[in-house]
Write a protein that binds this ligand. Structure first.
Ligand SMILES: [Zn+2]
Length: 243
C-alpha cells in the first residue's frame, strides 16, 4: 500500500494552477495515476489555496465537501495566519475524519514565518494538530516544536541537512518530513536521512510530481524493506485516521 500524504489539485476555481500537457493538475488525472501506480489515497489542498491567500477560506470549504464524498481524498486545511476566520474554520474542519491537519505556505502567502509562528503553532498545539509546512527557516522551527509539544510539524520536501538536524533536535520528537517534490532526486539523500533519523519520521508524498518517479526513488533506495514500508504507508497509518 502507498499513501500520498502531500499533494494538490485544481478545484476549478479562479486561482487554479496552469494545467499543461507536461503537468496535469486535475483530481481525475491524479487519481488515474494513483490507480496506475498503486496509491490508495492522498492528502490534498487546492493549488489555489496555497498559491495565493485570496480564496483560502472558500477553497477549504469546497475541498471539505469533496473530501466528504470521495474515499481517496483527505484534506489539509489551509491556514492563513493573517485571516482570523481561517483559524475558526480549521478548528471546525479538524473534527472531520477526512481532515489530516493544517497546511501553511508562508513564502507564497507572503508572510514572515517568525512573525506568525507563535500564533500558528500555539493554535496547532491547542488543537493537537499536525502542521504541514512548506520549508521556511527550517533551523528556526525547532524552538517552536520544543515549545509546543502537542503540535506535530511536517517540514515538507526532504532535501537538506537542515531537515535532518531539525528532526534530530526536536526534543519531543514532533518534527517530521516528507519525500515530496524534487529533493529526493539527489542520489544519496534518502539513504543519508534514514541513516541519521530512521524512517519513522518520513512520510511519502508526490506534490503532484510523477508518481512513478517518486515511488521509484523509494523502491530502489538502498534502505531496508521495513524502512520503505514505513515511508510508503506505515507512518501515515500510525499517525492519521487513514484506513
Ligand atoms: Zn506542495
Amino acid at each position: 500500500m502507498i499513501i500520498d500524504l502531500h499533494s494538490h489539485f485544481n478545484g476549478g476555481t479562479k486561482g487554479d494552477s496552469p494545467d499543461t500537457n507536461f503537468h496535469k493538475k486535475s483530481l481525475d488525472f491524479i487519481l488515474k495515476e494513483y490507480d496506475y501506480c498503486g496509491i490508495k489515497c492522498g492528502g490534498f489542498t487546492y493549488f489555489s489555496a496555497v498559491h495565493t491567500n485570496e480564496s483560502v477560506f472558500e477553497d477549504n470549504l469546497l475541498l471539505f465537501n469533496q473530501a466528504k464524498t470521495n474515499d481517496r481524498v483527505y484534506q489539509w486545511v489551509v491556514l492563513d495566519p493573517t485571516c482570523d476566520k481561517t483559524f475558526i474554520q480549521v478548528e471546525e474542519m479538524l473534527k472531520s475524519p477526512k481532515t489530516l491537519g493544517i497546511k501553511i505556505h508562508s513564502p507564497l502567502h507572503k508572510y514572515d514565518i517568525d512573525s506568525y509562528a507563535d500564533k500558528i503553532f500555539s493554535f496547532a498545539n491547542d488543537v493537537k494538530a499536525f502542521v504541514l509546512m512548506h520549508p521556511d527557516n527550517i533551523d528556526g522551527m525547532v524552538k517552536y516544536a520544543n515549545k509546543y509539544k502537542d503540535m506535530k510539524l511536517i517540514i515538507a520536501h526532504l532535501g537538506s541537512e537542515a531537515h535532518i538536524n531539525a528532526i534530530k533536535n526536536a526534543k519531543h520528537g514532533n518534527i517530521f518530513t516528507d519525500t515530496s517534490a524534487g529533493g529526493m532526486v539527489s542520489n544519496n539523500g534518502l539513504e543519508y536521512a534514514v541513516s541519521k533519523i530512521g524512517s519513522e519520521k518520513i512520510f511519502f508524498g508526490t506534490d503532484t510530481y510523477a508518481c512513478g518517479y517518486q515511488i521509484g526513488r523509494i523502491t530502489y533506495a538502498r534502505i531496508s524493506n521495513e524502512d520503505k514500508e514505513n515511508i510508503f504507508y506505515k507512518n501515515a497509518v500510525s499517525h492519521f485516521n487513514i484506513k
